[in-house]
Structure formats: structure tokens, C-alpha cells
Design a protein around this ligand. Structure first.
Ligand code: EPU
Length: 344
């Protein structure tokens, strides 16, 4: 019998239900993490303390190409609470295992606007800072306050503020220096008062024109974002996928001019630092990939940036398709697309 302080480990766990692509893979060893003490017990465990680990949140940004021999830490830290409510804003805290979209809906139910543009993003609260999730003109960093992690070497709980997280476009310290080093346990978000709607994104401006609502409330924006997303992104419960498969590439003005020379219609947005962001979906679409299939992996019909599981696909098939897309975009536009999900 294991002693009470021994980590309960599950063996041979089927990971298909735990990744939004629905890819087949088995975890040799899996530990469910409900609190900081669970991670500390793993760190102190002679069998697993120093072993490589894979932190698994909602599995919505993951491509599994093999069985997982690393110890899987399945994050199930729950809890939602208002920490502080004052005239300048509200501080809310969520357990890392909370579902992102339900957390957004909960804030609106509490009368706390500010996260509505990030409605319907799949995945968990704990995963949201890792890739600094963003959509419809807002990113996590705009509402982020701080988070607590447990260090996988020392077992200590450490709090990081916004500056320490080094947020960038779909990037953070958790993809860089702290990759494989820490487990996010709780995330705190700051919702400023007075609330200001974020309506700069083209799809939301179209909704304003269609409805004639020029001063929508947060609930209306939430509903609009849900409608726009449902219109062009597949529901992972129906069609396996991991959202955008590639990052939108950022290029210099010279590179942008070169690409416009290759195709004047290319969708590009100026960035504050003088560079340009290109729409990867447009590049892939222009190469004729929309709706195409290789093996059992395909390119979504309504959004070429999203790769989908057409039923029974393996991670290897998804990677083969992704490489073929990268080659053709590079061949035509000279741009190397960088995958967004973690490939294991
Ligand atoms: N486009 C095409 N063909 C396509 C897809 C897109 O021509 O098949 C064009 C669109 O017409 C549009 C432009 O590309 O002019 C951009 O498309 P869209 O507005 O759909 O946004 P995106 O750049 O493809 C990004 C995020 C999404 C986020 C949306 C809305 C990345 C990698 N993706 O997509 O995030 O929801 O903007 O803000 O930054 C995710 O990260 O998983 C994700 C879904």
C-alpha cells in the first residue's frame, strides 16, 4: 500500500479525450494535480522528482505524435473568486484547471466586464498565460495581474507579476526560460473600471453596422464574439482541432514590400514597432490548401489556419500536413510559418 504522502500515479492512461485534436496517445504515468501539495509530492518522489514532465491543461494547444513517456501532470486546480473589488477595478482569481470560456462567462454573470472579446477560446485558465491567448483585439496580457506557480525543481510556490511573464504575441516566459520548469496553479486577472469596449477588430465593426448597435454592452460583445467564432472555427467537440495551427508571421517593411510584390492582395497589418503582421490563414488559403486533406488530417473549409482531424487521424498525419503547408507557403512567399501548438 502506498503511504498517504506517496503520489497517486495512474498508468496507461488514454489521452485521446484529453487533447482537443482527438489524437491517439497513451500516458505511461499520469498524476492529477489539485493543489500545490500534489506538485511538491511529485518533486519529492524518488521515482518522478527528476523525471521529464508534461503539463497538461485542456490539451487544446497540443499535437500528440507518440505515447507519452514523460510524467503527465494533469492540472485540475479549481476555484473562482473575487479577491479585491474597488473603484478602479476588480481582481479575480481562478484555479488553473478552470475552463477558460466558463470563467469568462462567470465574470459577466458577476457583473464584471472586460474579458468578453476572449469568449469561446478553448482550453484552461492555466494554459492562457503560456501562449498569451488573444482574439478580437484583446490578449490575456491586457487583463493579466499575476499568477502562482510551483517550481518543478525546488517544489516552492512562486508568484510572478506581469513583467516577469515576458508576454509577447502567443509567447511568454513559460514557452522560453520557464518551459518544463514550473506548473501554473492560479491566475489573477485585473478587470479595470470604468469598462471600455474593445471594438477595433473588423469582424466586430461589421456586427455594429449590421445591428445598428454602436454602443454594445459587454454581454452583446460576448455574444458577437461567440457568433463570429462559431461561424469560422470548428467546435473541438465535433471536429478535432487545436485552433490556429500557425502564428501570424511578423515581417520587416522590406519583407512586406517583397511579399506585396508577389501578391498585391496579401492581408497585412502595421504594428506599432514599424513591422507588419501577415495573415497566415490568407497565405495558406492563397496556396490553395483550404478544404484539402492529407491522410486523415485536413485544412478546415472555413479558415485555412485551422488544421482538423477528419476522423481517426494520428499526430504524425497532422505533422505531415503541417510540413506540406509550410513548404508550399515558403515556396510561394518566402515565409516560414511557425506552428502555434506544442508538438510532442
Ligand atoms: N483569411 C483568409 N483565408 C483564410 C483565413 C483567413 O483569407 O482561410 C484572411 C481573413 O479574411 C482575414 C485575415 O486572414 O482578412 C485574418 O483572419 P481572421 O480574422 O480569421 O484571424 P486570424 O489572423 O486567422 C487570429 C488568431 C485567432 C483569433 C483571431 C481573431 C492567431 C494565430 N490566430 O486568427 O486565434 O481568434 O485572430 O482575433 O493569431 C488561436 O490562436 O488558436 C486563434 C483561433
Amino acid at each position: 500500500m502506498p503511504s498517504p504522502s506517496t503520489v497517486p500515479v495512474e498508468h496507461g492512461v488514454n489521452l485521446r479525450p484529453y487533447n482537443s485534436f482527438g489524437l491517439p496517445a497513451v500516458a505511461r504515468n499520469l498524476v492529477r494535480v489539485g493543489g500545490d501539495a500534489d506538485v511538491r509530492r511529485v518533486v519529492d518522489d524518488a521515482r518522478f522528482g527528476r523525471a521529464p514532465k508534461l503539463v497538461l491543461g485542456g490539451g487544446s494547444n497540443l499535437v500528440l505524435t507518440r505515447d507519452v513517456t514523460e510524467l503527465v501532470l494533469k492540472i485540475e486546480v479549481m476555484g473562482r473568486r473575487v479577491v479585491d473589488d474597488g473603484p478602479r477595478g476588480t481582481l479575480v482569481e481562478f484555479g488553473a484547471g478552470e475552463n477558460w470560456h466558463q470563467a469568462v462567462a462567470w465574470t459577466l454573470d458577476q457583473g464584471l466586464p472586460g474579458l468578453e472579446n476572449l469568449a469561446l477560446i478553448p482550453g484552461t485558465m492555466g494554459a492562457s498565460p503560456v501562449q498569451n491567448i488573444g482574439a478580437y483585439g484583446l490578449e490575456l496580457a491586457d487583463r493579466f495581474h499575476s499568477l502562482d506557480t510551483v517550481d518543478l525543481v525546488t517544489g516552492r510556490t512562486v508568484t510572478l507579476d506581469k513583467a516577469m511573464c515576458h508576454f509577447g504575441y502567443r509567447d511568454s516566459v513559460f514557452k522560453q526560460a520557464l518551459a518544463h520548469r514550473s506548473v501554473i496553479m492560479r491566475v489573477r486577472l485585473w478587470l479595470p473600471r470604468p469598462w471600455q469596449p474593445v471594438l477595433g477588430y473588423l469582424d466586430l465593426q461589421k456586427k455594429q453596422q449590421e445591428t445598428g448597435l454602436h454602443e454594445p454592452d459587454a454581454r452583446t460583445i460576448f455574444d458577437w464574439v461567440c457568433e463570429v467564432r462559431r461561424g469560422k472555427l470548428p467546435d473541438p467537440l465535433q471536429v478535432g482541432n487545436a485552433g490556429s495551427f500557425f502564428k501570424n508571421p511578423v515581417v520587416t517593411p522590406e519583407q512586406c514590400r517583397d511579399i506585396i510584390g508577389r501578391d498585391p492582395h496579401i492581408v497585412h497589418y502595421p504594428l506599432p514597432d514599424g513591422r507588419f503582421k501577415l495573415a497566415a490563414g490568407w497565405l495558406i488559403d492563397a496556396c490553395g490548401w483550404k478544404g484539402k486533406t492529407i491522410g486523415r488530417a485536413g485544412v478546415y473549409e472555413k479558415q485555412a489556419l485551422v488544421l482538423v482531424n477528419r476522423g481517426g487521424a494520428t499526430g504524425a498525419e497532422v505533422v505531415t500536413l503541417a510540413r506540406a503547408i509550410q513548404e508550399s507557403v515558403y515556396g510561394r512567399f518566402g515565409i516560414r510559418l511557425e506552428p502555434e501548438p506544442v508538438v510532442v
